[in-house]
Design a binder for this molecule. Structure first.
Ligand code: PXL
Length: 276
């Protein structure tokens, strides 16, 4: 079995089932050594809780990286998610060079927006920096909103395949290598993921559960990275991650009190089984 060493850089939302509290267990379940670098520490995530605390860890990042470089520590993959500040993005970009190990893969989830809007903590300066990171990565996993912010294309709630093709072409023209575009649905009750690489497009369509769920982007990206590092192709990893995410949503949907995330933990045996 591929046992890879993965670094994931994203925030710790202490409560809320997103970012590192999702990435670490999923990558571990996929069987990888998982190192973490918290970009910030928040009491909760920012999507629905009010009055959350936010400690930006930007200042610590250069020292942490320098220590790892001195120790000769490298990784097979670096996977980034929600970052703490625009300045931090430059440091993360440097890590792709300084901490790259054997068969290195950089994966960026430009976690900054959804449903047509940026998350509360971010502004256009952040988007500009995120563009530099995303277009330097081997693989990006934007949703449609994030892809629009990365390209400057107008966001549309309703769209057709021609619109998605233009979005993919624009991402590619700006330097994106492999794009895993999530939340692409052409009918009421389906959604799906497009895998786009070297002008080749593959689409996996699956059930759409209309109730919006928080943290599913992080569950998806983490499950994708875990599967990819197990040696799956981008498309196969995208399919496994989609099926697992649907299971997590189905496992949560009937519990109204669990509005802030998905109950992904009981579904980990399913994910592990799918990894083979
Ligand atoms: O799931 C993305 C995410 C990660 N981290 C924080 C967030 C969000 C989404 O809102 O607020 C802190």
């Amino acid at each position: 079995m591929n046992y890879r060493k993965v670094l994931t850089v994203q925030d710790i939302s202490c409560v809320g089932q997103c970012s590192l509290t999702v990435a670490l267990p999923i990558l571990s379940a996929a069987g990888h050594e998982t190192a973490i670098l918290p970009s910030a520490v928040l009491s909760t995530h920012t999507a629905g809780f009010k009055g959350y605390t936010f400690r930006d860890l930007t200042e610590d990042i250069p020292d942490i990286t320098a220590h790892w470089v001195k120790e000769g520590i490298t990784f097979n993959a670096i996977y980034t998610g929600y970052l703490g500040s625009a300045e931090q993005i430059e440091y993360v970009k440097k890590m792709f060079k300084e901490l790259a190990g054997e068969n290195f893969v950089s994966i960026v989830d430009p976690a900054m927006a959804d449903n047509g809007n940026l998350y509360p903590a971010f502004d256009s300066a952040f988007v500009e920096e995120m563009k530099k990171l995303a277009f330097s990565a081997d693989i990006i996993l934007p949703n449609i909103t994030e892809a629009c912010f990365l390209t400057g294309k107008e966001y549309k709630e309703k769209y057709d395949e021609a619109y998605i093709d233009e979005l993919l072409k624009e991402l590619s023209d700006l330097g994106a290598k492999t794009v895993i575009l999530t939340g692409v649905g052409y009918t009421e009750d389906t959604t799906g993921v497009v895998v786009y690489s070297d002008g080749k497009k593959e689409y996996y369509r699956h059930r759409r559960i209309s109730k919006g769920s928080h943290g599913t982007g992080d569950v998806y990206a983490s499950a994708f990275v875990g599967a990819l590092m197990r040696g799956k192709t981008s498309y196969d990893a995208a399919v496994i991650a989609a099926d697992y995410t649907v299971k997590c949503i189905e496992n949560t949907i009937d519990d109204d009190s669990h509005w802030y995330g998905v109950k992904f933990e009981p579904m980990l045996p399913y994910y592990i089984e799918r990894l083979g």
